[in-house]
Design a protein around this ligand. Structure first.
Ligand code: PLP
Length: 388
């Protein structure tokens, strides 16, 4: 349509949402669906967080807050980043945003100019390339290898750098791969970024969902030089099962933090006021919620890994974080959309086509569902793979 801006016309709709919606519509019609496409924990938000939010509403905390968030929450985030991630930010360097997706968009908008290149390792989270295009930047997609655990190597990073490279996006633990970068890997990537002062957008939204021997490392904690180049992104959606609350944050060097707060002041203003009080409770109050969630997800992860590894014609790398498996289905000889379409319509299993993440040979399965659903979904997936 002529009246739609070219900026928006360049953007493709989110494929992850479209499959989830199709599966939801089938469920609403009473059809049986084994949902392995989800991107959010299935449990409810903890009661103590809801109570803090309700209390805030009852106390009349229902008006605008400062654009960058309530001071108590910015302080609590700064404290958390210091204690848990080893990064020293002044609360004024924190911006509270309407979800980590919004945080990523703010960071990209604050940094990227028309024609700037942004290195995005693939498979990537669906929204990164579209966000870059929205602001007139050029996503430079770097395909990572399954044998490298779907992680970009410093050599691959350097080979794709040009005089126009302004940013690299790192996502650890990663969606859709579950890959977790080690400290050594981050140091090596950091060295390449430092050669040309490439800004690092470090999306750490899944930091709490980490399993086995893996450790979460924040690249900004590794040196003063890397701190000066990094925008750290975190949030509440995944760890506290708060996807609908829409609270995330950026932590960045002072100038970038001010630019983000300024931008937000003219676009969305503050993140939802009472959601911020819920997020504050999430950080401040003692709870075993995250540890319980992590333990439960680790059981599912191990169960699913054993099942997937035994299915012929597909391969998987054992994920160390988040709640996804990226399954390589190249040998089945179909496009990922075709595969997911058949899987949903004939076998009633919802999965996400890898093309959404820049890899058409793969599909993403998540374990944000009960073991029973996982079990039946995987049995059906196995039947599907054996019959193709
Ligand atoms: N970053 C990654 C890698 C994600 O997978 C998601 C959500 O799926 C987000 C950011 C967005 O999180 P939020 O719901 O807080 O906006």
């Amino acid at each position: 349509m002529e009246s739609i801006s070219s900026r928006i016309e360049k953007v493709s709709p989110s494929l992850t949402l479209s499959i989830t919606n199709q599966a939801k519509a089938m469920k609403a019609r009473g059809e049986e669906v084994y949902g392995l496409a989800g991107g959010e924990p299935e449990m409810d938000t903890p009661e103590f967080i809801k109570e803090a939010c309700i209390k805030a509403i009852q106390e009349g905390k229902t008006k605008y807050t400062p654009a960058a968030g309530i001071p108590e929450l910015r302080e609590a985030i700064a404290e958390k980043l210091k204690d848990e991630n080893g990064i020293d930010y002044d609360p004024r360097q924190i911006s509270v945003n309407s979800g980590a997706k919004h945080s990523c968009m703010n960071a990209i908008m604050a940094i990227i100019e028309e024609g700037d290149e942004v290195i995005i390792p693939a498979p990537y989270w669906v929204s990164y390339p579209e966000m870059v295009r929205l602001v007139g930047g050029e996503p430079v997609i770097v395909e990572t290898k399954e044998e490298n655990g779907w992680k970009i190597t410093p050599e691959e990073f350097e080979a794709n750098m040009t005089g126009r490279t302004k940013m690299i996006i790192l996502n650890t633990p990663g969606n859709p791969t579950g890959a977790v970068y080690t400290e050594e890997e981050l140091r090596a990537i950091g060295e390449v970024a430092l050669m040309e002062d490439i800004i690092i957008l470090s999306d750490e939204i899944y930091e709490k969902l980490i399993y086995g021997e893996a450790k979460h490392v924040s690249i900004a904690s590794l040196s003063k030089e890397l701190y000066d180049l990094t925008i750290t992104i975190g949030g509440f959606s995944k760890a506290y099962s708060m996807t609908g609350w829409r609270v995330g944050y950026t932590a960045a060097p002072k100038e970038i933090a001010e630019a983000i707060a300024n931008l937000q002041g003219h676009t969305t203003s503050n993140a939802c006021t009472f959601s911020q009080y819920g997020a504050l409770a999430a950080l401040k109050e003692e709870s075993t919620f995250i540890e319980d969630l992590r333990a439960e997800y680790d059981v599912r992860r191990q169960f699913m890994y054993a099942r997937l590894a035994a299915i012929p014609n597909v391969s998987v790398v054992e994920p160390e974080g988040a709640f996804y498996f990226l399954v390589n289905c190249e040998q089945l000889g179909m496009t990922s959309v075709n595969l997911c379409d058949k899987l949903l319509n004939r076998y009633r299993v919802a999965a996400v086509p890898g093309i959404a993440f820049g890899n058409d040979n793969c599909i993403r399965l998540s374990y944000c569902t009960t073991l029973d659903v996982l079990n039946e979904g995987l049995t059906r997936f196995e039947e599907f793979c054996k019959s193709h």
